[in-house]
Structures are given as C-alpha cells and as structure tokens.
Design a protein around this ligand. Structure first.
Ligand SMILES: C[S@@+](CC[C@H](N)C(=O)[O-])C[C@H]1O[C@@H](n2cnc3c(N)ncnc32)[C@H](O)[C@@H]1O
Length: 226
C-alpha cells in the first residue's frame, strides 16, 4: 500500500493494487467509529473515510478540490449527528476544535461517547435555529459546516454565520433538495439557496457542486463571509 498526501491537510490517499481510498490518521488507535476499515501503514493506523457516509469527502471525490481546510481550524458543525464526519475532522486537527450541535438526544448520546475519547470534540445538545442556546459556549470560528437537511437551511446558516463566523471565514453547506421541495428540480432549488445566501445574507459563493452519485439530489455550496 502506498500512502500519499492530498491537497487537504490531514487527508491522505492510499493506493493498493485494486483500489484507491481516502483515509485519516486514527487519533484513537484500535477504535473504529462507524464500522470503517482500519489500515496499518508504516507503523501508523489510518481510518478509511466512506464517501457514502460523509459529504465532505463526497465533495472532494466529486471534483471540489478547493474545499475549506479542516486542519487546525475552529469549526462550528451544525447537524453533527453521531459524529461520523466529525470523527475524521477530529483526526485531522492538531490544534483547533469542533463544536458539534445536534438537537436529537438519541443520536447525541453516541456523539457524547465519541467526545469522551477525543478532546477536540465539544458536544452541544441544541437546536441550530436557536443560537442563543449555545452562544455562551461557542466562540468565533473559522468554518461553519452545516448538514441539517431542513427546509430553512439557508436561514439557519445565515443566522449562525452572522453570530459566530469570523470575517474571511468559510461555510460548507450540504443541501438536500428533497428537504426543501420534492416537486421542484434540484438545480432550481440549489440556485435559489445560493441567491438567498448571496442577496439576503451577503455571502460570497465560492464553489457549488452536485455530489451525486454519493448522495442523490444533494449539492455542496462553499461560501466566504466578506
Ligand atoms: C444528515 S444528518 C448529519 C450527518 C452528519 N453530518 C455526518 O456526516 O456524520 C442530519 C443531522 O442534523 C440534525 N438536525 C436537523 N435539524 C437540526 C437542527 N435544527 N438543529 C440541530 N440538529 C439538527 C438531525 O438530527 C441529524 O442528526
């Protein structure tokens, strides 16, 4: 197996005879978080990152090579769920921190357990629509990563970015068209979301890409706060 760096710090590529996989170096050796494969390479352990379970790596494989860097960033993660993606972000950080917001107590329980093993994860049980519920725990961040699958996702993002994102900071929004309107063509929905982010909230749209076939009717939008 041959290990090499990618354009994203902390994200590696492993080539074997039969396949190429993306991996992160495991911060908690011996532990697989969501059933992902563990690989031992040059005396270090790596976790295979499944693009069907995570929109960040799906976006990378879909051709969005200029994704926001994760390493050593302060990140507000809206819709962290059980922490599948956040666990790989946690592997990628040396310094930096991930505030994980999730409103379902059932899935949050799992994320709490993950955070007990990984000191750069901060679990916060709260509704991402109610920033006042966590404004005393979250400080200015470099990146907001949002994956909430809600009809008002642009508004949720706008409110959080207004309050917590630094000037020049970035946003990664995973947009599921089916959560907004099943009767409208996905491309039309994505265009409307971008219009709202630009015109109502004043963000600069930097990139936009569909992440089919990893996630049907999903796109990723990258914004910058001027
Ligand atoms: C698609 S899943 C996220 C998967 C996760 N991003 C990952 O890659 O591991 C969406 C999550 O957002 C949560 N969610 C939806 N609306 C929310 C809200 N208003 N506030 C907080 N969490 C929310 C859901 O409970 C669910 O766990």
């Amino acid at each position: 197996m041959i290990l090499s760096k990618t354009s994203i710090n902390g994200l590696f590529q492993v080539k074997s005879d039969t396949k190429t996989r993306l991996v992160t170096r495991n911060k908690v050796p011996g532990i697989s978080v969501y059933g992902e494969q563990l690989l031992s390479i040059n005396g270090e352990e790596y976790r295979v990152w499944d693009p069907y379970r995570s929109k960040y790596v799906a976006a990378f494989l879909s051709g969005m090579k200029k994704l926001p860097q994760i390493q050593d960033k302060k990140i507000l993660y809206l819709g962290v769920s059980t922490g599948t993606t956040a666990s790989h972000f946690s592997d990628m950080l040396n310094t930096g921190i991930i505030y994980g917001i999730e409103f379902s107590p059932k899935v949050m329980r799992k994320f709490f357990r993950l955070a007990e093993q990984r000191s750069n994860l901060v679990p916060i049980l709260a509704d991402a629509r109610k920033t006042e519920e966590y404004s005393s725990y979250v400080f200015e961040v470099d990146l907001i990563y949002q994956d909430v699958a809600q009809p008002d996702q642009a508004t949720i993002f706008g409110r959080n970015a207004h309050e917590f994102l630094k000037r020049g900071g970035h946003g990664f929004l995973a947009v599921k068209s089916q959560s907004i309107d099943v009767t409208v063509e996905p491309d039309e929905i994505f265009s409307k979301q971008m219009e709202e982010l630009e015109q109502e909230f004043g963000f600069e749209i930097q990139q936009y890409h569909s992440i089919d076939p990893f996630e049907k009717k999903h796109a990723v939008i990258i914004i910058k706060k001027p």
